[in-house]
Structure formats: C-alpha cells, structure tokens
Design a protein around this ligand. Sequence first.
Ligand code: GDP
Ligand code: MG
Length: 437
Amino acid sequence: LTRTFSDVLRQVSGKSSISEKNIQDAVEEIKIALLEADVNLRVVRRFVNHTIEEARGEKVLRSVNPGQQFIKIVHDRMVNLLGSETEGLQLKGPDTLSPILFMGLQGSGKTTTCAKLALRLKKEGRKPLLVAADLVRPAAVKQLQLLGEQTGVPVFAVEGEKKPVKVVKQALSFAKKNSFNTMIVDTSGRMHLDDDLMKEIQEINSVLKPVEGLLVADAMTGQQAVEIAKEFNERVGITGVILSKFDSDTRGGAALSLKSVTKKPIKYVGVGEKIDELEQFHPDRMASRILGMGDVVSLVEKAQETIQEEEAEELQKKLQSSTFTLQDYLEQFTRIKKMGSLQSLVEMIPGMKGNIDEDALNSKEMKKEEAIILSMTLQERHNHRIIGPSRRKRIASGSGTSVFDVNRLLKKFDKMRLMMKKMTKNKKLQAQMLSQF
Ligand code: GDP
Ligand code: MG
C-alpha cells in the first residue's frame, strides 16, 4: 500500500528525487567535513551509507538541489543519533541520596566539572556534597576544597587517608547523617588507561552504587576520548558522558563517535574554565558544529517552510472555490500522518484554528477511506462525479471494502464540499467541520 501510495505522489508532483548519482558531490563534501571534525572513519562510512539508503527516492524540494537536501537529511539524522532531546540526570527524589561517580583520565576536567555540576544542582534546589576521592595527585583535595568554597558546596575529605574506597564509605554515612541528597565523587585519573586505575574505579563503583556514572572526556582529544569512553563503559559501566573543553576550537566530531560507539548520552558540555561554564547538551547545535554546513541546512529549512506555506494557501483556495478533490483529501491524510496530527494541519491554514478530535484521525475509518481513494484512478479522484455503480463495485473490491463504504465516502465528500463552500467565511466552523471528517 505504501509503495503505490508514494508512487502516486511522485507521479502527481513530478519532481526529481534523490538518487546516489545526483548527490555524489554532496556525499564527498560531507565525508570530508566529518573527517575534518574528527569523526571516526568507520563511523563516517557507516553513517553516510545508511543515510544514503534512507534518503534514496525522497522527493526533492523546489528551489534546492538534491545534494543540498541530502545535507539537510544528514543533519537531521545526526541530531537524532546524538539524542533527539537533551538528557538530564536520572536522580532520585529529594529524600533519597543520589550518588554520582565521576571518572576519566587525568587532566580531562573531572575536578572542575564536579564543582560545576554541584553548583548547577544546588541552583536546582538539591543539597549536594562534594567528595574528594582523588588521593593520587597531591593538590587534588585542596583544588576541590577551593572550588567548594567558590560554589558554596561542602567538601568531604579525610586527612591522611590513602584509600579512596574508605573515603567514599565514610562520605556515604556522613551524607546520610547530614541529609545531603546528592553526592558527587571526584576520583583520580591517570595519564593513560591502566589496570590500577580501572581496579580503583571498579572498587569505588561497587561501594558507591551510583545512580549516575559520568565520564568526563576532553573534547580536544578527539578519537582518544572515544577509546577511553569505550574502555570505561566496558569495565566499569557509564551512564553518560560530559564533554569538557568545548570552548576550544574543536569541531566536536568526538561527540558523534562517542554516542555511536558507547550508545550512552552526552549529558553536559563544559564550555570554559569558570565554575558556571557547564551547559546542557544540545544535539542540534552539536550537529551543526560537526557538519559545519549550517548555511545549506537553513536554506533547505527555508525551502521547506515556503513549500508548507504555499501548500496551505493552495489548500485554502481549493476549500473556498470548492475545487477540492478526493486527491486533495487523500493528500491531507499523508500530511496528517507526516505531521502527526490534524491540529497542526489546521494551524497551518492561515486564520484557521480549532479543536480537533485526534481519535477520529487514527480511526479505522481513516484507513478505510484512504484505501478506497487509493483504489481509484487519478481521473476518478479528480472528478468523483464520474464514479458510477460499476466503478464503485471495482473500487470496493480493490480496496477490500464494500460498495456501501464507497457510497458513504462519496456522500460524505459531497456534503463536505458543500459545507465548505457555505462556510468559507467562518474559519472556525471550517475547522470544526474538518474535524468531523
Ligand atoms: P582532572 O585532572 O580531570 O580533575 O581535571 P581538572 O578539573 O583539574 O582540569 C584540568 C584543566 O582543564 C584545568 O586547568 C581546568 O581549568 C581545565 N578545564 C576543565 N574543564 C574545562 C572547560 O570546559 N573548558 C576549559 N577551557 N578548560 C577546562
Ligand atoms: Mg582532578
């Protein structure tokens, strides 16, 4: 059914569609852009090939070329891949302690980011405690205490203690006793991944049982960050990534690789050395930065908007002049499906707003009507008056419905056109009426 349906649409519109050939240049450009942004080569290949697969045959909008449209598709897909919406932390309610474990290599930005997150959560109304469990670097505890003073968040530290796990155990009971509801544990990193580091983190992890295990990865290290994330995820288990130092001029390709390799969301982005420079992660901004083709993307967006407006105007004209055909009616079904609701269709029509019964749209009725119209020839759809008894019989058997159903649809359609004509001046009534059909 969907095949014939899209075939029909193509026939009707007569516009060109995306083929491997007419987007060749764009594909090359995209590959280069992604590699320049330091996206892993394997990820680039897989990503681009999948997107070509998906985009093949898609209708090309007027006023843009197939390559440009493909770039927009790549952008949208990348946004989806990066996480369609911004992901926050999965913390427990305010009366239960939510431990958060930080991990990452030395210098990646763990200590700074712990403090940034503590400040953020404090502002959100939680009661955080910072825990100094990096006992390797001599000045690490002091660094965290200083940051604690700046943010006004208490820091738990045990003087002279050499074992991070012991600090964590004591911190847990301290936090519970003093009714902190969030505990952010800073740990030590090494210059490179090694077994000692992993064992230490694993041990802390099993004692702490964190609700969030966050890996801090330096955006500037690119591909290396991906390897590190993979390793931590396999050996300790992470729930998300914070990409630090995003204020450097990196294009951020690591983000895409990180997500596609670990399947774990990027939750925050560090954008400076200052304590408040931690931002929520925005997939669309990240995609634009990685792809670096914002101009083309907004060009295509504009074209899409224009077409939508034109379609809406055309629809309105048709409604008013009663040249609205069954083919138009059918196209509204597709549009409704594409946009998710009739409400948005109605809102697209200038001056038309109304409350639409969503249930009526997903009903069997709509599917039935769609099937009936699809079984008609184009000629029949454009002029339903030619549909006599024998055509009705043919259409019914072609659509797996009955002549009764076909009759009902045609009668309803006639009535609808008549009412539309009468009501062209009353937009509100129009909307209400549309909702009945
Ligand atoms: P750790 O060894 O993982 O604890 O890393 P630190 O928190 O000590 O940070 C290492 C360095 O990176 C410090 O000089 C921080 O100021 C700096 N840093 C951390 N996050 C950011 C960031 O988002 N942007 C910039 N520009 N610098 C950062
Ligand atoms: Mg540190």
